[in-house]
Design a protein around this ligand. Structure first.
Ligand code: FES
Ligand SMILES: [Fe+2]
Length: 427
């Protein structure tokens, strides 16, 4: 501190033990810099992070960058067609190499002293250095990378958790959606002034939907649980499930969430950090659009509009809602204890053309409104929990079971005896 006084180190163990079961998290969880640093180690640098879509970098030399707090990564397609990720840091004196969000290179040339790396990360040239430099030992530092059904995941862990379980679930679930044959119709990036956990807590319940999402609630049954659904709604939901179950089975797609309310996720007891399910849409809705009418040509292998919504999500940074004609995804990245960078993607079939096959003013509003309503809630919740007047209240067992599950999942990873040992590591 400038006045020579030093702040006492926060007792992170005490903070981690301070949550009362069944309640929200105390204030320190949403604002403590040292806890945020520990979260980077235990969660963000330990698990698998959604980075982007394979179609975003179709050709060798195409790349994208992303930052996990201060750690920037390059995700690049190599000459062999494989997708790899590297630390975006020069092996000479550390300069950040790629400065754009996306681009194409023949080779990666450092802007400082021109050390040059191949598209596989090998150091090719370092002119001006003395003899005897061992180029082989100075490749870009590789980051674990996996792809599945058009999704790219990276892990900053030295020994990442098993990826195969996610691939086994997402692969077949996502195949008919054709994410690898999609294109971006629109990207919107938001710096949400809220802790990343508030963004997830908001995402994990639809208790707020009736009040905050007047558009969203028309399209689906998320707000209804067994207690709150009227007989008419219950009958409507049962009819939709009945009508679609056998029809979808013929197409090789299955309904996996047959009730109102959100599917349970995450599951801290089984360390289930990813999930995919397909739900029905409300009557009159062919897709998640404002009036329920389709807004783009069918995606992937779909022959029919009646496919409900495929929802997939993975901790700690990805979710997607995919309808018959478009998909809307979110990628979260931590920027600080009070800031989360959210990238919203609107995907359509790769052959769909703006102005001819789809209009942005029809495609975007359903989710741009819903997203922005949520970011606004998160902003105001951060302001509230930052106050000394905040005390965590009880969570609804009926409507906020997934908030409780998220908090327990989070605490389990954070309390994992002070080491970066992801729970679902390969044996
Ligand atoms: S820092 Fe990259 S070449 Fe010197
Ligand atoms: Fe919401």
């Amino acid at each position: 501190m400038h006045n020579g006084m030093s702040q006492p180190e926060p007792d992170l163990d005490a903070i981690l033990r301070s949550r009362e079961p069944g309640h929200g998290l105390p204030r320190a969880f949403y604002q403590t810099e040292a806890l945020y640093r520990l979260e980077l180690d235990k969660i963000w640098h330990a698990g698998w992070l959604f980075a982007g879509f394979t179609f975003e970098i179709p050709k060798p030399g195409d790349y994208m960058t992303l930052s996990v707090d201060a750690t920037s990564l390059i995700v690049m397609r190599g000459d062999d067609g494989a997708v790899r990720a590297f630390h975006n840091v020069c092996r000479h004196r550390g300069t950040q190499l790629c400065r754009n969000e996306t681009g194409h290179v023949r080779a990666i040339v450092c802007p400082y002293h021109s050390w040059t790396y191949s598209r596989q990360g090998d150091l090719l040239a370092c002119h001006g250095m003395h003899d005897g430099i061992d180029k082989k030992s100075l490749s870009l530092r590789a980051v674990a990378t996996e792809t599945c059904a058009g999704l790219i995941y990276v892990s900053l862990a030295e020994r990442p958790p098993a990826f195969a379980p996610l691939a086994q679930e997402f692969g077949p679930a996502a195949l008919p959606q054709g994410f690898e044959r999609a294109r971006i119709a629109k990207v919107m990036e938001y710096d949400v002034p809220a802790n990343w956990k508030l963004v997830w807590e908001n995402n994990r319940e639809c208790f707020h939907c009736t009040r905050c999402h007047p558009q969203y609630v028309h399209a689906n049954f998320d707000v209804y649980d067994d207690h709150s659904a009227s007989d008419a709604i219950r009958a409507q939901m049962a009819a939709a499930v009945e009508r679609t179950s056998s029809k979808w089975a013929v197409q090789g797609i299955a309904i996996t969430h047959r009730h109102g309310g959100l599917a349970p996720f995450p599951d801290p007891d089984r360390d289930r950090w990813f999930a995919a399910d397909r739900t029905v849409l409300a009557e009159g809705f062919q897709t998640e659009s404002m009036d329920g009418q389709r807004v783009a040509p069918l995606m992937g292998d779909y022959q029919d509009w009646d496919v409900g919504v495929l929802r997939m999500r993975s901790m700690p940074n990805f979710w997607v809602h995919a309808s018959c004609d478009h998909a809307v995804a979110a990628r979260l990245l931590p920027v600080g204890p009070r800031c989360t960078r959210v990238r919203g993607y609107w995907l359509v079939h790769e052959n769909a053309r703006e102005g001819e096959d789809y209009q942005l003013d029809k495609l975007l509003p359903f989710w741009s409104l819903t997203n922005e309503q949520d970011w606004d809630i998160c902003k105001w919740q951060q302001k509230g929990v930052d106050s000394i007047g905040y005390e965590p209240g009880p969570l609804s067992k009926r409507m906020e079971y997934n908030v409780d599950a998220f908090i327990r999942w989070y605490l389990k990873h954070m309390e994992n005896d002070g080491q970066m040992t992801p729970l679902s590591r390969v044996a």
